[in-house]
Write a protein that binds this ligand. Structure first.
Ligand code: PRP
Ligand code: URA
Length: 214
């Protein structure tokens, strides 16, 4: 896939191994996912557009830099909430929107139940960063991307921790092979496959349940 970036930071691999471990308890899972959110945010923010601005240092005027994009993060409830801290702390100017989606356990199809987003007059410089630790079938991510495209959002970054090849392939087939869309995917690992219940293997189990202790 053209727009897929696998992030290989040693610390990401370290924390990823902790959250994959089935013996890791809820507090350590949550803390480790939180650390991952900072490492991912640093990478993803590294792809934002910037513009120059004049800065007066105590000694002279120089050409400085500021972020040009209007950045909106969009965690997919529930598990996406576990990735928000790093994105907010590293760039507090972000707007935080929410979309609520869960997978129907039988059909594995996304069920949409919530959406809050700012009213925007000018969408030209808006960059929406979708946060969800897991891309399994890709259904939840595809629904969200489609929703944003229908709203006229053009610049979309999808950020996950683990992905299944099936999910990446589904997103690629839908958007990146046939249409010229500016959709980038960031993930820490593309795992082996989905099992017959739609879980990523080897994966980490149910991200939402492990994060919230349900
Ligand atoms: C999980 C995960 C993704 C979705 C991925 O959410 O957080 O949103 O599944 O699966 P997909 O790629 O096949 O759509 P879940 O449905 O378990 O909801 P939850 O976050 O509320 O637990
Ligand atoms: N959602 C999860 O939380 N885990 C998976 O492995 C697949 C979907």
């Amino acid at each position: 896939m053209r727009n897929l970036r696998i992030i290989n930071h040693p610390l990401l691999k370290h924390y990823l191994s902790i959250i994959r471990d089935k013996k890791t308890e809820q507090i350590l899972f949550k803390n480790s996912l939180d650390k991952i959110s900072y490492l991912l945010a640093a990478e993803v923010y590294g792809t934002l557009n910037t513009e120059s601005k004049s800065v007066d240092t105590p000694f002279k005027k120089i050409k400085g830099t500021k972020i040009k994009d209007k950045v909106i993060i969009l965690p997919i409830l529930r598990a996406g909430l576990g990735l928000t801290n790093g994105f907010i702390e590293l760039y507090p100017e972000v707007i935080t929107s929410h979309i609520g989606i869960f997978r129907d356990e039988e059909s594995l199809k996304p069920v949409h139940y919530y959406f809050r987003f700012p009213k925007l007059k000018d969408k030209s410089n808006v960059c929406v960063i979708i946060l969800d630790p897991m891309i399994a079938t890709g259904g939840s991510a595809l629904f969200t991307i489609e929703y944003l495209l229908n709203m006229g959002i053009k610049k979309i970054k999808l950020v996950s921790v683990l992905s299944a090849p099936e999910g990446i392939e589904n997103i690629d087939k839908r958007f990146n092979k046939t249409e010229k869309r500016n959709i980038e995917i960031f993930t820490c690992a593309v795992d082996e496959k989905l099992n017959n219940k739609g879980y990523i293997v080897p994966g980490l189990g149910d991200a939402g349940d492990r994060l919230f202790g349900t």
